[in-house]
Each structure stands twice: as structure tokens, then as C-alpha cells.
Design a protein around this ligand. Structure first.
Ligand code: DC
Length: 221
């Protein structure tokens, strides 16, 4: 990347540890953090709130172009001025978000907002599915996080307490399949990304490993 822009791109399937690792890494590096999945979830929330069919590509794209998405200081997500932090993680949004994320016009709108977000603040840690492949292929560090499917489902089930493990595991498997097989910007490891399997690692282990990748000279003096 350019001298001024420091970008860390983290991609991987749901439950691989992207959000926790991304937040911790950003705070260790003094960078801002962007959860791009929350942006696709916000579009889905707005689409459902307007009573629009998530499969209606043109109407969904129009919503994406017009809406505002703001991030509050403590992780709040404000959609068109309304606090949607809880709703964007709920089962209705989770069921429809993969369809909305398959919409090429939505992706193009959100990718340009994500690039603008990072450029405005001199870089950042961004996490999602296409950050290293599409949004910032020249990122300073590209990471592909993964973990055993049963471990990923267990992590998600602990986050969403109102659903049973089996339901969470089935939803995760369905979304993994759509996200990695869709036509536009499917989830895949970016060229040059390091793969980290977080199944048996603590968050601190992963964050330390990534900081060493980004700053190999630290700690040697
Ligand atoms: O990380 P998450 O589960 O909150 O992501 C929600 C959905 O958005 C997920 O099904 C994949 C999609 N997504 C995407 O297509 N591209 C991104 N950069 C981030 C998320």
C-alpha cells in the first residue's frame, strides 16, 4: 500500500474469529476497525423494513445506494438514523443476508464505501469475505482465518443465545455454501494471504501472530 495507508484485510467464514481478532488487532495497532458484514446486514435490515423482497435486485440496489450506515463508538450500528445493532444480528436478517450479499450492485456500492472509509482515516483493519480479494488486494497484511465447522458453529451459538446449536450450525453451513459459491466476489483466500486456523488458538495467540507478520522486526532490539 502507499506510505500513508496502512490496511489489514481479514477474510474468512462466519465464526472463524474475524470480529474478535479484528477488533483486538486494530486496537493494538492504533487503527480503526470496520466490520463489513455489518454493512451487508444493515442493507438487509433496511430492505426488510421497507417490505421489499430481498430477491428483487433493482429495488434492493436502490435501497443500498440511498441508505446511510453509521457506526457508533461502542459498536452501535445506526441505519438511516435508527439504532439497528440488535436487529442486524437477529434471525430474520441472518436468513436473508446471503441473498442481499449476492447482489452485484449492492456489492459495488458497499465496496466503494469501504474504500472511502479506509482512505479517509489513513487505513484500518477491515474484515469480511472479499477484503483481500476485491476491496484492498494491495493491503499491507492479508489474512484468511478459518476454523473447524463445529467450533465455528459453537462460537456463533454462544453469541446468539435465542437459537439452539443445531439451528445455528445449519444456518452457518447454508451461508458458507452461498458465500463461497456465489458468482460475484465469492469467499476465497486472497493471493498472498496467510492462512490461520483458529480452532485451537486463543485470541491473544492469533493477534500476536498477526502483529509479528506485520512488524517482523519488533521485539528483536
Ligand atoms: O460476517 P457476517 O456473518 O456478519 O456477514 C454477513 C453476511 O454478509 C455473510 O453471509 C456474508 C456477507 N458478506 C459479504 O458477502 N462480504 C463481506 N465483505 C462481508 C460479509
Amino acid at each position: 500500500m502507499s506510505d500513508e495507508l496502512v490496511v489489514v484485510a481479514i477474510d474468512g467464514p462466519a465464526g472463524s474469529g474475524k470480529s474478535t481478532v479484528g477488533r483486538r488487532l486494530a486496537s493494538s495497532l492504533g487503527l480503526d476497525y470496520l466490520d463489513t458484514g455489518a454493512m451487508y446486514r444493515s442493507v438487509t435490515f433496511a430492505v426488510l423494513a421497507h417490505g421489499i423482497d430481498p430477491e428483487d435486485e433493482d429495488k434492493v440496489a436502490e435501497v443500498a445506494r440511498r441508505m446511510t450506515i453509521e457506526f457508533g463508538p461502542s459498536g452501535a450500528v445506526i441505519v438511516d438514523g435508527v439504532d439497528a445493532t440488535t436487529e442486524i444480528r437477529g434471525p430474520e436478517v441472518s436468513r436473508s443476508v446471503s441473498v442481499v450479499a449476492s447482489n452485484a450492485a449492492v456489492r459495488s456500492e458497499l465496496v466503494s464505501r469501504q474504500r472511502e472509509w479506509a482512505t479517509r482515516r489513513g487505513g484500518g483493519v477491515l474484515e469480511g469475505r472479499d477484503i483481500g480479494t476485491v476491496v484492498f488486494p494491495d493491503a499491507d497484511l492479508k489474512v484468511y482465518l478459518t476454523a473447524d465447522p463445529a467450533i465455528r458453529a459453537g462460537r456463533r451459538a454462544r453469541e446468539v443465545t435465542d437459537l439452539a446449536y443445531d439451528e445455528v450450525a445449519a444456518d452457518l453451513a447454508r451461508r458458507d455454501a452461498i458465500d463461497s459459491q456465489r458468482q460475484h466476489d465469492p469467499l476465497r483466500k486472497a493471493d498472498g494471504a496467510i492462512i490461520v486456523d483458529t480452532s485451537a488458538l486463543s485470541i491473544d495467540d492469533v493477534v500476536d501472530l498477526l502483529i509479528k507478520q506485520l512488524r517482523p522486526d519488533d521485539g528483536e532490539h
